[in-house]
Every structure is written in C-alpha cells, then in structure tokens.
Design a protein around this ligand. Structure first.
Ligand code: F6R
Length: 366
C-alpha cells in the first residue's frame, strides 16, 4: 500500500502533483481563466458584506492559514487574522455576522478547531471549512466546505494535506477577487494559469531529491538549527521547522529574518546550520543582508531561491533552486524541499518516520 515507497510520508510527498491537480480539478473553468466554486453557498451580496476574516486551525493547518491570510488580503483586500485554535476561543475574538470564519483541518476532527467553529457559529458568523475528509465533524457543521482532494494522509507528518490547503486558499482568494472585483480578469487569468503550472514544477523539485538528501544528512548530525525567511517565506519556514522537529527530533526555530538581531542572533555560533528561504523578489536584498549577519557569525547557510536568481549562491554555502512562479504562489513550491529535508533527516537518524514519538494523527482532545 506504500506503492513502492519506503514510507507513507515519502509517498505522500510524491503524491502532491496529483493532489494539486485534483484539488484544482473542475474548480477552474473550461477557458482556464477563472475559478468556479459551486460548493460555496454564499451569495455575491453575502460575500460583499464580509468585513473581516478569521482563519483558525492547529499545527500545520495553522501554517497553511498564515499563507491564507496573505492570499486573501492580497487578492480580495479584506482584513484577515489567523489564530491557533486553542488560543482563539479564549481571547474573546471579535466575531460578528459580517465575519467569515475559515477553519482548516485535514482530519476535520481536531477538537480545538471544532470548538472554534462552534464558537464562531454561536456568534452568528458564517463558517467555511477547508478539510480533507468529506463527512467529517468540521465538514458537517460548517456552512460551506471546500474539500481538499489530497486523498488519505496516513503519515502523522502532514505534507500533501498542507499543500492542498494552500491550493484551496488560492482558489478561494481568486473567487473572492472575482466576486468583489478587486482584481481584473487578466490578472485572475494569469494567476489561474500559474496555478496550473504548479504540479509540473513540483515534479521538477522532486526529481532533485538526492540533493536535498545530502543536505539532510549533514543537518541530521546537529541538535540545533535555524530557519529564516521574510514575508511568505517566513510562513513556509515555520512549517519547515515544525516538520523537522516533529519527525527528526532536531530542535529548530523559524525566524522572520529581520527579527534575528533582536535577540536570536546571540544563538548563532560557528557551524550552526541555517536554512534560508529567499524566494520573494521584493524582499530578496533584505533577506540577503540577514543571511550575511548569520554568515559573519559562522553559520553554515543552505539557501533556497528561485531559478534564475544568481546572487544567493555568492553569499551562502549551498543553494537549491525551485522553479520560478508568481510570488504569491511560491509556498506551494518552496515547502517541498523542506518536507524532503525533514524526511531524509529523520531517516538518517533512524527514526520511525511515519509514526513519530508522542504524536497522534488526529488530535480529538483539547
Ligand atoms: C503536523 C501535523 C499537525 C496537524 C494538526 C492539525 O505535521 O500534522 O500539526 O496539522 O494536528 O490537524 P488537522 O489538520 O487534522 O486539524
């Protein structure tokens, strides 16, 4: 049932191109220029009445929600807050009938996420669920559901569910933009066409997994490391760091690259690995200057950049290129080398990759 792969996690990483295609599926119209979300019951009037969006989830799904915030704010210009479900309920969030609450859950059974959904409904908000399980508790109780068609995810560490959640956010963000008129048709058509190119680009990254394996083997000999990035890259490294901790048991921290000098830089010492994501063109120079700060303190930097960007190789120790895409879409590509990195680091350490210690696939207690 692992279809020739050694672990479910690796199989699921390799299933991502299919998961992207299936999640986009019939949600892109035949002309390939716009998004059709027949499953959304909200009328255009209801969509126009949305004043703010709350995205609520746990763990990896929360990290997808951080990207979701940027996607919705950039495409639809609606203010978005993203919260961890176990915090959301206890901070008296300001939920009104004009709030759209989006809950994100692979399993659809996470106790805190379900409780947040109920709290949102009690306060009169409309709830949209992004879930991988048709008929799950979250799917049944939400007003609208976007199913991620990633297929069953068996490995405890989430991979294809996360990236399918990103695809769901791109589709929903475009749908809002179409309805609200915040982006013109040509812009939307460009994003849709770039979305459709993602699966082949993921395949291109997967074909270079040996390079990542080499880096993972070096990383696996360390007990501490840092991930840095800015903007969307920061949200992706948060996911990369969680994945590495979860299955390799190596301590790592993800930092917004510009925050390092406000404390964390004190931890950088000779030889410490730093994984730097620098895919966002408008932030590139800023990230490079943060990379120089850690290099000057002896860090060994592994940089990930977009193809065609020659600069990074000059300042870091090793580089890995991902295919170029629109800045907003890079998370759907840049997370893939980080997934492979944690997989191979866990493998090098002889861990039980698919069933990490102390963790369960579905967390149904608060
Ligand atoms: C990490 C991981 C967890 C889940 C979290 C939420 O790899 O899998 O962080 O993302 O427990 O689970 P769902 O999405 O089922 O609500």
């Amino acid at each position: 049932e692992k279809a020739g792969f050694d672990h479910f996690m690796l199989k699921e990483i390799y299933e991502q191109p299919k998961a992207y295609r299936d999640t986009m599926g019939s949600r892109i119209d035949a002309t390939g220029k716009k998004v059709v979300l027949n499953e959304i019951g909200m009328t255009p009037e209801q969509i126009k009445a949305i004043r703010n969006v709350h995205i609520v989830a746990c763990g990896t799904a929360y990290h997808a929600g951080l990207v979701g915030k940027s996607v919705i704010e950039s495409l639809a210009r609606i203010p978005v807050e993203t919260d961890v479900a176990s915090e959301y309920r206890y901070r008296s969030p300001i939920i009104t009938p004009q709030t759209l609450v989006i809950v994100v859950s692979q399993s659809g059974e996470t106790a805190d996420t379900l409780a947040a959904l109920r709290e949102a409904k009690r306060n009169g908000a409309r709830v949209l669920a992004i879930t991988n399980v048709v008929g799950s508790s979250v799917a049944r109780e939400a007003d609208d559901v976007i199913v991620t068609w990633a297929g069953p995810e068996i490995a405890v560490a989430s991979t294809k569910a996360y990236t399918s959640q990103l695809i769901a956010f791109y589709l929903f963000g475009l749908y809002l933009a179409q309805t609200l008129g915040t982006k013109d048709e040509a812009y939307i058509a460009d994003v849709v066409s770039a979305l459709q190119e993602l699966p082949a680009k993921v395949e291109h990254i997967l074909a270079q997994s040996e390079t990542i394996k080499g880096v993972a083997e070096q990383v696996s000999t360390h007990n501490n490391l840092f991930f840095i990035g800015r903007g969307l890259d920061y949200h992706v490294v948060m996911e990369g760091s969680l994945k590495l901790k979860e299955i390799s048991y190596i301590h790592s921290e993800a930092y917004a690259a510009g925050e390092l000098k406000h404390g964390t830089l004190a931890l950088i010492e000779e030889g410490i690995p730093v994984i730097a994501l620098a895919t966002q063109g408008d932030l590139f120079e800023k990230t490079v200057s943060n990379i120089k700060e850690v290099k000057a303190r002896g860090a060994h930097v592994f940089g990930i950049h977009e193809e065609g960007e020659a600069e990074l190789a000059k300042v870091v120790d090793q580089v890995f290129a991902i295919p170029a895409t629109l800045p907003l879409l890079t998370p759907a590509l840049s997370v893939v080398p980080l997934q492979l990195l944690s997989y191979y680091a866990s493998l090098a350490r002889g861990n039980d990759v698919d069933k990490p210690r102390n963790l369960a696939k579905s967390v149904t207690v608060e």
